[in-house]
Design a protein around this ligand. Structure first.
Ligand SMILES: [Zn+2]
Length: 146
């Protein structure tokens, strides 16, 4: 059998309506494989079969994305250039860092720099290591004794 323009048009139309390849084949008087092959040559979009689609949906419901991973990163994964803003309790496993790209010269990302400035100090440590023992410990006012 040969593919006349009419048959190609019918194939395209039925394909887009979601007919199964077997039924399109019946309609056109050709085998299922001929329908699939012709559709492929015509560049028609692939249609996942209903059964396959249902299986994929079930798969997605079964395996929800892990929450913990999108929340932040562990201290072991914390590297240079990453936001060091801590979350959670350091004494538990539920402790992690923001891990977003930090602002150069700052230990935090945009968002957490803003929060740090809002609080007026480092969220956990009053004296982070980078500010300890350095030559610039702030202005020393003579006579500022307790
Ligand atoms: Zn951050």
């Amino acid at each position: 059998m040969s593919w006349t323009p009419e048959k190609i048009e019918l194939l395209t139309s039925l394909w887009n309506q979601g007919w199964t390849t077997a039924r399109i084949g019946e309609e056109l008087g050709v085998g299922k494989n001929a329908v699939v092959g012709k559709a492929h040559r015509l560049g028609l979009p692939k249609r996942p079969s209903p059964i396959q689609r249902r299986a994929e949906e079930a798969e997605q419901k079964k395996a929800p994305a892990p929450k913990q991973q999108s929340k932040g990163i562990s201290i072991y994964d914390l590297g240079p250039g990453m936001c060091r803003w801590p979350f959670g309790d350091p004494d538990t496993d539920d402790f992690y860092f923001c891990g977003k790209k930090n602002i150069p010269t700052k230990p935090y990302c945009d968002e957490h720099c803003a929060q740090a400035y809002l609080n007026g100090k480092n969220p956990r440590e009053d004296n982070p290591p980078s500010q300890q023992g350095g030559p610039n410990r702030g202005p020393q006012r003579p006579g500022a004794k307790k």
